[in-house]
Structure formats: C-alpha cells, structure tokens
Design a protein around this ligand. Structure first.
Ligand SMILES: Cc1ncc(COP(=O)(O)O)c(C=O)c1O
Ligand SMILES: N[C@@H](CCOP(=O)(O)O)C(=O)O
Length: 415
C-alpha cells in the first residue's frame, strides 16, 4: 500500500531541502544523482520538500509562479501554464450543477498540459547533465518533449504506437526535431521499452513516471484553486479529469496534500477527484469499482480518444489513493458520448481533442446517475487542443458545402 504521507523529517540525502522518496518503502534518494530512477527502486518516487508554501508565497505568472513549491527556481520555459478557467453558462445549465468551469490546458504552448511537466522535467535533465531524452507517447508527451528538448538543445527520442497517434501530434514531434520511432504495439508496450532504455542508463525518461514531471503538473491544481477562489470566494467541490497514465490525478492530489501541509487548505476542502476513462481503456475504473489497490493491465485497448488509449496506468499507486482520499470516483464513457461532449464544448467556443471531452462526458453521466449533486461547484479539465486531432474534429463537425463562385448564388445557398 502506497504511503503518500508528506514526511516531516529532512533526510541527509536532501539537497536544498529537496529529495526523492519511494512511496512504497519510504527509502529516500538524493534528487539529482541518478538518471536510472526506475531500476533500484521498489515503487514510484515522489519529490518531497523540507517546506510546503501556502498561496501567499506565490508570485508571477504561469508554472514558475509556483517556484517555491518546485525543485528549481526556473526551468526550460516556452512559457507554460496560466491557462483559462472558462465560464460555460449554457453547458452549466444543461449539465445541471451550481457552477461549471472548464480549465483548458489545451492553451499551453504545445497544446496540452504536458508542457507544465516538461518545463520542470527537462530542467531536471539539464541539472543531471544528460544528453538524450526519451518518452513513450500517445502523442502529446512526444510533442511536448520534442519542443522542450529542442529548446534545451538535447537529443530526443519518442516511441509511438504505430498508426494510433493523431496527426497534429506527430507533426509537432517531427518539426521540433525528435526522432520518431514507431512501434508495432500499443502505448504500454512503448513504455515498457522506454523504461528498459532508462534502466540501462541509455536515456533520461520523461514520461510521468518521472517525479519531476508531476511537480510541473501539480501547478494545474494550484491554479484551479487560486483562480476559482478569486472568482467565487470558495474552492471547487469537484475536479473531473480524463485519465490515461493517471499522472494528473496523482499530481492534483499532491498539490492538495502540499497545501494542506502548508495550512492553506483544510483536508475537508480538497476537491473530489473524479477520473474519466473511455469504455475501451478503463483499468482505473475497474480498480475503483472493485475496490482494488492496484490496476490490472488491459492488453487490448481501443478508443477514438487515442490520447487515453492506455491499459496500464503507471501512476495508479499514487492516483487511486487520490481518488479515494478525496471521496471521488471513476467512470467510463463511450466514444459516442465523448464526441457529443466535444461538440458541446465546441458550441461553447472551446475546442478540445476527444480525450479532453471525456471529462464533460463523465460529468454528464455522473450527474444523471445522481453521483454528482445539483449544488456542486465543478471544474472539468480539458487536457488537449482541438487541432491536436484534426481528423477527429472533421469527423465530429459540419461538412463543407460546395457553392458557386458568385455572391448571389452563395446567398441563395445559405437562406
Ligand atoms: C489529451 C490528454 N488527455 C488526458 C491524458 C491523460 O492524462 P494522464 O496520463 O495524466 O492521466 C493524456 C495523456 O495521458 C492526454 O494526452
Ligand atoms: N497521453 C500521454 C500518454 C503518456 O503519458 P505520460 O504523462 O506518462 O507521459 C501522451 O501524450 O503520450
């Protein structure tokens, strides 16, 4: 059973009040010594700090506004974070909750939340002096790693499941100069290979197994709480998010635990974490429904929301306690409902890729089931931009209508 308690003792291995801790064994590690943080460690690592700051310590903008809660003062930055928390009054009344806001992470520089992780993760790579970066990806991680690796002047390898990555993401990885290695397997197979490369010391792994990645991603939680409080004078009751490798679920829970440790948030104020997966790739939902402490890997996964086509969420040991400790749940939705939600968001002016829309589809389902109450304040996380997956957008949107090259004929056509 994972121990996610934020310890009070500062171990000798700490550098500037920062260390790594195994969540299974409690073993502590120097933060910037080894690039093989997956080999001799029994469980997932988490970054721990001697001090946890409250909201009043934060200043500036974007991810680095939260530098006091991060392992570095600055990172390899494009810059990232500071994404909108949209009001959606029509969708709010359609879903039937007291308030609904959309935190649109698609507005990050490469179009997904991964940038928040990479600004910290690639800085860690710099600090470690590594030259070669690697990731497995359903697309967005590869786009972000390629961009941040390029900015840091590092060699970047990305392993993708052949034929299963949306066009916009491959285009990004390609133009930013990553070597794109297409594997005849799914994302989980790619991650197995990447872990082995990292364990052999051949490259620095920048998937969300890397604890520094999740430090950047926890700033989503800080931003949501700060902005919501500024607007409404209270914290949201619930955050609904799509789940793939479960990094964001783990990262948001860490943000809440740190704010509690700082005395800036009461435990009872932690928003309820609510994960959403696609019907065809729902191992986390299965674990929650069966009250299990770990997930069982799904070897056959399929969904139109290719970003979350994942059968073995590596952050489950951090994320399952996050869902349970906040009183949350997890739910699976069909591809049809994901597309409906993508269309609803688009009708409200918010363009997202399919995986992102899973959050709204999940909220609708839970509201219908009465799991979410009508008097709740809810934030849905939308994780990637519409242009990431142009084929899905074209399939879900209106078809172009051919018209003659003549103004009168165009008017005749539109009346
Ligand atoms: C667009 C998008 N949404 C959601 C997810 C799932 O996020 P997580 O892996 O943090 O659960 C991913 C990648 O995994 C993604 O690319
Ligand atoms: N959706 C992800 C899958 C990998 O997730 P990571 O957060 O562990 O890097 C992607 O975009 O590749």
């Amino acid at each position: 059973m994972a121990n996610l308690q934020l310890s009070e003792r500062v171990p000798e291995v700490a550098e500037d009040g920062v260390w790594l801790e195994c969540i299974e064994t409690g073993e502590t590690y120097a933060p910037f010594e080894s690039i093989r943080y997956t080999s001799d460690v029994d469980g997932l690592l988490e970054v721990r700090y001697a001090d946890y700051p409250g909201f009043d310590a934060f200043s500036g903008r974007g991810v680095w506004r939260y530098a006091d809660a991060l392992p570095f003062e600055e990172g390899v930055s494009v810059p990232e974070g500071d994404t909108p928390l949209h009001h959606v009054p029509r969708l709010e009344s359609d879903v039937g909750v007291r308030s609904l806001r959309i935190k649109h992470e698609g507005m990050n520089p490469t179009g997904s939340f991964k940038d928040r992780g990479m600004t910290v993760g690639v800085q860690a790579a710099r600090r470690l002096g590594v030259e070669r970066l690697v990731c497995a990806s359903t697309g967005n991680t590869s786009a972000a790693l390629a961009a941040y690796g390029a900015r840091a002047g590092m060699e970047t390898l990305v392993l993708l499941p052949a034929g299963k990555v949306a066009a916009g993401k491959v285009a990004q990885a390609s133009l930013h100069g990553a070597r794109i290695l297409e594997v005849d397997g799914n994302f989980d197979d790619c991650l197995d290979i990447v872990r082995e490369l990292a364990e052999r010391g051949e490259a620095y792994l920048l998937n969300s197994l890397n604890p520094f990645r999740l430090e950047g991603q926890k700033t989503i939680g800080f931003e949501i709480l700060e902005r919501f409080y500024e607007d409404e004078g209270r914290f949201p009751d619930r955050i609904v998010l799509p789940v793939g490798n479960a990094g964001n679920t783990a990262a948001l829970y860490k943000a809440f635990r740190e704010l509690v440790a700082a005395g800036a948030l009461d435990r009872s104020e932690m928003p309820t974490l609510t994960g959403v997966q696609a019907d065809g790739a729902a191992p986390m939902v299965e674990a929650i429904e069966n009250d299990r402490d770990s997930v069982q890997r799904w070897t056959d996964v399929e969904t139109r929301a290719t970003a979350i086509r994942i059968g073995n969420p590596v952050n489950a040991p951090k994320a399952l306690p996050g869902i349970r400790e906040t009183g949350g749940t997890a739910v699976a939705v069909s591809d049809r409902k994901i597309t409906d939600a993508q269309q609803s968001l688009a009708e409200n002016g918010i363009g997202v890729e399919p995986a992102s829309a899973a959050s709204v589809a999940g909220l609708r389902k839970l509201r219908r089931q009465g799991v979410v109450d009508a008097d709740e304040d809810v934030v849905c996380l939308t994780t990637g931009h519409l242009l990431k997956d142009p084929d899905a957008a074209v399939a879900a949107g209106n078809d172009p209508e051919p018209v003659p090259n003549d103004a009168d004929a165009v008017l005749d056509h539109v009346v």
